[in-house]
Design a protein around this ligand. Structure first.
Ligand code: IMP
Ligand code: MG
Length: 190
């Protein structure tokens, strides 16, 4: 009978992950961003829009550090790739539940890579007449950026061009629940 290899680690202590930002480092940075947004949105009519699914953890932590009267909403989009290269086409899988006319919007993302998803999202939301749109992202990977004009207003950390997981970010749906952000050392071992 074939024996199963014994797994001597848990998901969070997976030796195939190299930590880039600890839970403590993320917490400190999210608090700083929350304070900044709190001071800049005092007299505004704020709606935070999370882009599913990756932003869910960041959104949940960030909004609890913003001491203002605010609302939240979510969108889900699919970005189409031609092989590994983004085509820039974005399909709305789930739209907002309420109009945003006259509101001050912060789009909350997990990570900005080429920037094409957000460019489309901003263009779409602009047509609905909000008072303002700003972007908050936990991570910014500027190297692969295609839309160099995309302005990132609130950024947790700028990172090198590496594929990261955890704190909402996934590879093939896995690792979103990690409390830290890490790099998969050997993708062949997943
Ligand atoms: P882009 O900016 O349109 O290229 O796409 C950004 C989206 O790609 C993010 O919202 C993530 O869903 C995904 N993505 C890009 N880089 C990473 C990464 O390093 N880890 C996990 N997801 C990523
Ligand atoms: Mg995403």
């Amino acid at each position: 009978m074939e024996t199963q290899p014994v797994q001597d680690h848990t998901e969070f202590s997976n030796p195939n992950l190299k930590t880039m930002f600890t839970a403590e480092e993320i917490k400190t940075r999210v608090e700083e961003l929350g304070k900044q947004i709190t001071s800049e949105y005092k007299d505004k009519d704020l709606i935070m829009i999370g882009v599913l699914k990756g932003s869910c953890v960041f959104m949940a932590d960030l909004m609890r550090k913003i001491d203002l009267n605010l609302e939240i909403d979510f969108m889900a989009v699919a970005s189409y790739k031609d092989g590994t290269v983004s085509t820039g086409d974005v399909e709305i899988i789930k739209d907002l539940m309420k109009p945003i006319r006259g509101k001050d919007i912060i789009i909350v993302e997990d990570i900005i890579d080429t920037g094409l998803t957000l460019t489309h999202l901003v263009d779409l939301l602009e047509t609905r007449g909000p008072n303002s749109i700003r972007i908050a992202t936990l991570l910014d990977k500027p190297e692969p950026r295609i839309n160099k004009d995309l302005k990132v207003d609130y950024c947790g950390f700028t990172i090198p061009n590496e594929f990261v997981v955890g704190y909402g970010l996934d590879v093939a749906g896995r690792f979103r629940n990690l409390p830290f952000i890490g790099v998969v050392k050997d993708p062949g071992l997943l």
